[in-house]
Design a protein around this ligand. Sequence first.
Ligand code: FE2
Length: 411
Amino acid sequence: MKIINARLRHLPGLHTVACAAERIHSITAQAAQALAQPGDLDAQGLLLIPPLVEPHIHLDAVHTAGQPRWNQSGTLFEGIECWSERKATITHEDTKARAHRAIRLLAEHGIQHVRTHVDVTDPSLAALGALLEVQDEARELIDLQIVAFPQEGIDSFTNGRALMERAIDMGANVVGGIPHYEHTREQGVSSIRFLMDLAERRGCLVDVHCDETDDPHSRFLEVLAEETRARGMGARVTASHTTAMGSYDNAYCSKLFRLLRLAGLSFVSCPTESIHLQGRFDTFPKRRGITRIAELDRAGLNVCLGQDSIQDPWYPLGNGNILRVLDAGLHIGHMMGYEDLQRCLDLVTDNSARALALGEGYGIAPGRPANLVLLDAENDYEAVRRQVKARWSIRQGRLLMQREPERVTFM
Ligand code: FE2
């Protein structure tokens, strides 16, 4: 396959990208607009990017909002109550069907790399078993990383450590954690040491739900960062949410950021989920309840955006469109300066790929997999401003998805 008349991010003019044997073969600058030959895909001047990435979602809970009842207050706590009622009726086939439905939505929006957290605080590890099957069945559409996520804690949950070990034995790719939810600070710290040991021993990546609270005293990120620094694991570790950072004072943050730079770990923010769930103990002034996205970015740290939920007890909306989350993240994170808008797709492409440690398996360069997406825009700014959609999605050198452009007629 040859893609002609494509625009590439931050490069002038049009380009031809040739693919062969499921990989990108060559990238050539065109002197003028090219005429399509049979078999060519004419990009018509649209923006060709590597696939969009979903770095943080919970596929085991998607499409359960309203079952058996709606979360009326919108709080995290009522969400947990609704989830425990829904959990009682979950089956293997139900989990798989909902995950596949969500994966189709993600793929429709040009996403081809997904990291899902799966609750492993269940002695049967049933959801993990279902998602491992989905990982294989959905490989035509997406590459799926699975995080062993201890929703109810590691050291404060019965057999929590053994369940984490078993989840990795079964095939989970990433070690998770939730230190701020453990019963005591000591358990939070010991859970981080345990999960980092486990990841190091088993050669896994790490992605910890870290300080997902407005409590300014929730300071497990410093523990995770120090463990990461001491072990030299920065390229393999991600801290998700870190919403407490939005409540830390600047004096503490200036010390913390020095450590974060030394550790070199990645960050995922889920701005739509956090603006919805956090700030719930405030009256006014009310905190935004998200991490310091712009400040992390400006400090040279790797930060990206995720959806967290699609229609689950914690978040009733969501449709698989990561550009909607980017739009929200730029607003909530005060990132609408001209320079930010010019490179905003970094937050849902290259930065996310780095958090997922995709390495040479991602990006537009000869020899890399021919996984590509054409967005209905000329540049980052227009893509987010017009909330465009993926027009074509190419996977392993073959056309995976095509969308007809919207047409509006005034009468
Ligand atoms: Fe999450």
